[in-house]
Ligand binder design. Sequence first.
Ligand code: IPD
Ligand code: CA
Ligand code: CA
Ligand code: CA
Length: 260
Amino acid sequence: SPLLNVMTRAADKAARGLKRDFGEVEQLQVSQKGPADFVSNADIKAERILREELQKARPAFGFLLEEGGVVAGSDPDHRWIIDPLDGTTNFLHGLPHFAISIALEKSGEIIAGVIYDPIKDEMFCAEKGGGAFLNDRRIRVSGRKSLHESLVGTGIPFRGQGNPDRFAKQLGVMMRETSGVRRWGAAALDLAYVAAGRLDAFWEEDLQAWDMAAGLLLVKEAGGYISDLKGGQTMLDSGAVLATNGLLHAPLQALLTNAA
Ligand code: IPD
Ligand code: CA
Ligand code: CA
Ligand code: CA
């Protein structure tokens, strides 16, 4: 679609810069936004390119940018929600697992999402009602029904966020009940992987809207289900996400609730 074309073209362009910077990671300027919260000139440059490209294509839309904050547009109904580099910590350590995440929100609802991993050249995209795709091929969540066979992603709370004791309990039940837990370090890709059936589920608390906006739509369009950890739909406000293939949602949510 023309909209997804605009988004994937912007992601491609910003990704070229990220790939160059990833090759010379020791030369980046890194500053600290808060405890264990880093940003580099690679994040900033990628965000500037995304903003310029999207503004050229849709001049009236506003923005919610991880690094730049809120930019009002003349069209009050549409805004881009952008994480220019999800997985900054991986990036800065030379770990090749990070992505660009772009979502379009219309009147409070996410209607399009693109997540691009430039190292693996994997472009995940979805438009509301149109299904989810990885590089032009349709993707679906997994069909796994057995909790014991499931592979689950998570994010470990850091920089003093979240509740370490609660997380330890959640991890404990997941260690007992599933076939394994992964911590990849880029929440947008975790969600894309649930959409692609690579992970059967993913949970994390303390995320931001830009970490999850595109991923939420991808999971839905791939046939999965998303809620907060209590089964509500507060994800974008509370920052808590449980994304599953649908089949495993109720048992996983019960485990997480009991571990709270
Ligand atoms: C982070 C990643 C990470 C998650 C953090 C996020 P950033 O985003 O998505 O996986 O655990 O909560 O802040 O800062 O690398 O864009
Ligand atoms: Ca960040
Ligand atoms: Ca992020
Ligand atoms: Ca980021």
